[in-house]
Design a protein around this ligand. Structure first.
Ligand code: UDP
Ligand code: MG
Length: 320
């Protein structure tokens, strides 16, 4: 019988509290799947993103107990995007499913996702939350704005509410891995590579244990990252500003020269106002360009996206 391997990729940052719950649940779900489809095999690939708690210890224990458990442990915290990338890069499966450790992405949906993808009709099955229940109103408002703006100014459409809970074919994973950028915005990357995606609509689920590390500020920075990774419109906007202002300045120059002959105090006011306005706008536009420039700088340095300190293989070899 032709075996098919499913890699379950889980980024973990300070998840010691929830990991045992997650493990029990994934074992239960995968057990159900292998008894229904005996050709299926599983590997559980955890990426420890520089956790400061006992996450690594828990992963070591799990890998000793269950040989399907693999892990990649980073030398420090590189962020969820890097952790996801490392997971995809190290997964060996014919299918790869990515999901959060905190059970906000319920593993019980995996069989349904497998059915969609294995039918051949879809290359990917992903969840999409239809409600933002339990989320602060301000955050919901800014999230909605973000999707509106990015979908207006970028060629790549980003689905509102689409989550990083995805079941993908090897072909799609390889396509994602072929995108070499360091500033990774997965939501954009998933949609940029295309392929047929089935969205399963879900309600928002609360974390099973532990707490989120995404503050409002972190989310805000992440959304800017997304806009800049998938659209150059802000840069074009600053050019447009520049042209408009140049034209306005020319008109104002003529008006000011004429007025200066009659009223000195008024002129001083007008000039200082003008200087502030133009100066401010110039800095604004320069800032936008600078932000893109800094991204280019980071890309050009081409640093590794993550560094590994330990894997289950190096850990087990040490023990032998
Ligand atoms: N995560 C990570 N690195 C980080 C932050 C988070 O690998 O720097 C992982 C985390 O362990 C979890 C997933 O990313 O499995 C989602 O994080 P979290 O639940 O904190 O975010 P939220 O669900 O609130 O968006
Ligand atoms: Mg979460």
């Amino acid at each position: 019988m032709d075996k098919k391997l499913i890699s379950v990729v889980v980024p973990c940052y300070n998840e010691e509290e929830v990991l045992p719950l997650f493990y029990d649940e994934i074992v239960r779900v995968s057990g159900g799947m292998t008894s229904e489809h005996p050709e299926l095999e599983f590997e559980f690939l955890f990426v420890n993103d520089g956790s400061k708690d006992g996450t690594l210890k828990t992963l070591r224990q799990l890998s000793e107990r269950d040989e399907r458990v693999r892990y990649v442990s980073f030398s420090r915290n590189f962020g969820k995007e890097a952790a996801l990338f490392a997971g995809l890069e190290n997964a060996e499966g014919d299918y790869v499913v990515t999901l959060d450790a905190d059970l906000q992405h319920p593993p019980r949906l995996i069989p349904q996702m497998y059915d969609y993808v294995s039918s051949g009709e879809y290359d990917c099955a992903a969840t999409r939350r239809i409600s933002r229940k339990g989320e602060p109103a301000l955050l919901s408002f800014f999230s909605r704005m973000f999707y509106k703006i990015i979908n207006k100014i970028s060629q790549t459409q980003i689905i509102d509410g689409a989550q990083d809970f995805r079941f993908m074919t090897r072909q799609m994973v390889d396509a994602i891995l072929a995108m070499p950028e360091c500033n990774r915005f997965s939501k954009g990357i998933f949609s940029w590579v295309g392929f047929e995606t089935k969205y399963i609509e879900v309600e928002n689920t609360e974390r099973a244990a532990g707490k989120t590390t995404w503050s409002f500020w972190k989310l805000f920075k992440y959304s800017l990252e997304g806009i800049m990774a998938f659209s150059t419109a802000p840069m074009a906007l600053s050019l447009l500003f520049g042209i408009l202002l140049l034209a306005a300045a020319l008109v104002l120059l003529i008006v000011t020269v004429v007025k200066a002959c009659t009223d000195t105090v008024g002129t001083l006011l007008a000039v200082s106002l003008l200087i502030t306005l133009v100066g401010g706008l110039q800095l604004f536009c320069g800032g936008i360009t600078g932000m893109y420039l800094s991204k280019i700088y980071l890309e050009i340095k081409n640093r590794p996206k993550y560094l590994v300190r330990e894997t289950e293989k190096t850990y087990k070899n040490k023990g032998d």
